[in-house]
Design a protein around this ligand. Structure first.
Ligand code: ACO
Length: 322
């Protein structure tokens, strides 16, 4: 039986760090309000010359180096983003070319903040099906370019960045627990008016700006994430106590805290980077994972669950033995 195993990760942040106090210079807000409601202290914004693809390329290079392989070994790129460089070609093909790759499949998936979970699950399925042996899975975003700076309820929440995993195909003996063990994805389009952009190529011929009903998104996020985590644990034959680390989508500290409480998991086992990175949409899970992988908290053999929820709604979780 073929399994997808984790070979390495990488991440990249833009050069410009913006604190809450910096934002309060131009927006009617305060460091106190943002920290209390969200746990965010700062975020990074892409500057001139920085785009979703430049961040994705930097993260992919770091992941290849971490895995000890080169682009010549890669035969698949799946990239989650809702802020592509261009409407087309896909950002994945821009990344493929920049890294010196060619010929193998490379494509974007659009699932907003769940983009990395959707990309990871797609790459895992293709590896299991024998369609790829080594995959780059990337989450990369420049959400700052969809922000309405007049809307203080959204503009304080987001940041830019990218994260990447290298997955490899491995023969696994039956029962051996290694690599991606179980993933579950969901979508429910009936909630599209709670979180969306008010434009797009086929409607306004613009990219539009982000619109969100924060309270309602919050309520759905906690319920959906707790449910999908419960499902993934149950279906893979695990209980919360087995989990070494939860790597959640970094939307809001209060969502992370409420979800962990529902599952009875202590916050010491939850990776938190929302204070430093804010909500980087599809980039947030691999960015958070990479921070904990590189500082030695996440180790080989650890049982890690990744989870995310975003516009659509879309949501999902993936259980992985590192
Ligand atoms: N600074 C100061 N005051 C503000 C700000 C701000 N940036 N934004 C809103 N306020 C004010 C409001 O105007 C309101 O004032 P009022 O009581 O005088 O009317 C007050 O603060 C409370 O506003 P609420 O929207 O009710 O605040 P809430 O406690 O719900 O927090 C928040 C808002 C942080 C957006 C929260 O609802 C949230 O995090 N929701 C989840 C949204 C999310 O994470 N979306 C990301 C995409 S989906 C995902 O990633 C899961």
């Amino acid at each position: 039986m073929i399994r997808s195993v984790f070979l390495g990760s990488g991440s990249a942040l833009p050069s410009r760090c913006v604190t809450n106090d910096d934002l309060a210079q131009t927006v009617d807000t305060s460091d106190e309000w943002i920290r209390e409601r969200t746990g965010i202290g700062q975020r990074y914004f892409a500057g001139e010359g920085e785009t979703t693809s430049t961040l994705a390329i930097a993260a992919a290079r770091a992941a290849l180096e971490n895995a000890g392989i080169t682009i010549a070994d890669i035969d698949l790129i799946v990239l989650g983003t809702c802020t592509p460089d261009l409407t087309f070609p896909s950002t994945a093909t821009i990344v493929q070319h920049a890294l010196g790759g060619s010929g193998f499949p490379a494509f974007d998936v659009a699932a907003v903040c769940s983009g990395f979970l959707y990309a990871l699950t797609t790459a895992d399925a293709m590896i299991r099906a024998g369609m790829a042996k080594k995959a780059l899975v990337i989450g990369a975003e420049t959400l700052s370019r969809l922000i309405d700076w007049e809307d203080r309820t959204t503009c304080v929440l987001f940041g830019d960045g990218a994260g990447a995993f290298v997955l490899g195909a491995e023969d696994a003996t039956e029962g051996e627990e290694r690599g991606i063990l179980f993933s579950q994805l969901h979508a429910d389009g009936s909630h599209r008016d709670l979180l969306y952009t008010d434009g797009g190529p086929s409607t306004t011929q613009t990219v539009g700006l982000m619109r969100m009903k924060g309270r309602e998104v919050f309520r759905h996020a906690v319920n959906n994430l707790a449910q999908v985590l419960e499902d993934v644990l149950e279906k893979s034959g695990h209980v919360p106590a087995d989990i070494d680390w939860v790597v959640p989508h970094q939307a809001n500290f209060r969502i992370l805290d409420a979800t962990a409480r529902k599952l009875g998991l202590p916050m010491e086992r939850v990776i938190v980077t929302v204070d430093r990175h804010a909500n980087t949409s599809a980039a947030s899970v691999p960015l958070a994972f990479d921070a904990a992988w590189r500082d030695g908290r996440i180790k080989r053999g650890d049982l890690v669950v990744l989870e995310a929820m975003g516009g659509g709604f879309t949501w999902g979780a993936s259980l992985m033995r590192v």
